[in-house]
Design a protein around this ligand. Sequence first.
Ligand code: HMG
Ligand code: MG
Length: 298
Amino acid sequence: PFPQSVRLVEVGPRDGLQNEPEPISTATKLELIDRLGVAGLRHIEAASFVSPKWVPQMADHREVMTGLARRPGVVYSALTPNLKGLEAALEGGVEEVAVFAAASESFSQKNINCSIAESLARFEPVLERARQADVRVRGYVSCVLGCPYEGEIAPSKVAEVSKALHEMGCYEVSLGDTIGTGTPLKARRMLESVARDMPMDRLAAHFHDTYGQALANLYAVLEEGIAVIDSSVAGLGGCPYARGASGNVASEDVVYLLHGLGIETGIDLETLADTGTWITRTIGRPNRSKVGVALAAR
Ligand code: HMG
Ligand code: MG
C-alpha cells in the first residue's frame, strides 16, 4: 500500500531557522539551501515574507530569495501570510509561495493575529495575485493533532480548513502537527477525516517531533496514501508561537525510513547527513537526527 516514491519538502531553512534567537548570516542560509539542493532535495522552503517584528530571523528574506544559486529542477518557496508578503516575494523572484492557516482559533490569533475565517479571507487576494503571476500556492494547516492553547482539535475542523484552502486554489495542503503531540492512530483518523473532503494526492504531512512520535506518525499516514512529507535537516527548528515545540522530523531520519521501505526519494543520504552535521556545527545546535548522528560517528 506504500507509494513508490515520496516527495520531500525541506523546511529547514525556514521552519528550522525561524526560531533561532541569534542572527544567522544570509551567507550561511544560502549555503544551507545550496547544500540541500546538492543532496537531491527538489523542494526547499527558503524564506518567510512575514513581519520582521514577529520573526526577526527571517528579516533577510529578500536577500535570501535573490541570492539563491537556483539549481534546475529545484523549487525554492517562501511563506507569504498576506499580499504585502506576496508582493515582496514576487519582487524576489519567487516561483512558489505558501499561505498558513490553523485548525485552532487561539493559535491563529497568536500566530497571525486574526481569526481562522479572517485568515482565509486574507488568503483569497493572495491566491488571486499569485495566479496572475503564475506562482503556485501551497497551504498549511497548523495544530492538526493538537493545539498548545486549546488541547484537542476536532478532525472535522482540520478537514474544514483544509478543504477551504484546497477550494481556494492551493495545489497542496500540508497538515501540521505543530506541537508534535500526535500519535499514529490519531494521525490516521485525522487524515481519514480530511481525505473525505479532498483528494489524498493533494495532502502532505508536516510533523514536528516534540514527543518523538513523528516517524511513527509518518509510517501511519504513508499507509493511508500520503506521498509528500515535510522535514527539516538535522531536525532543526520549533515554532515561536508554540512553546516547547521542538523541530520538524529530521530529513535524514525520514529518508532512511523511506529507503528502508523501498520508497524512492532521489536524495543522497550521505550528502544530506553531511549537511546536517555542517549546519548544526555552524549554528551551535545539537544534531537532532539520529541517523545523522550515527552516520557522522562512523
Ligand atoms: P499584523 O500586525 O496583524 O499585521 O501581523 P498588519 O497588517 O497590521 O501590519 C503590522 C505591521 O507589520 C506593519 O508594519 C506592516 O507593514 C508589517 P508597521 O507599520 O508596524 O511598521 N507587515 C509586514 N512586514 C513584512 N512582511 C509582511 C508584513 N505584513 C505586515 N508580510 C502578520 C500580521 C501575519 C504579518 C504577522 O502576524 C506575522 O508576520 N506573523 C508571523 C507568523 C509566523 O511567521 N509564524 C511562523 C510561521 S508558521 C509555522 O511555523 C507553522 C508551519 O510550520 C506549520 C506547522 O508546523 O504547523 C507553517
Ligand atoms: Mg512547522
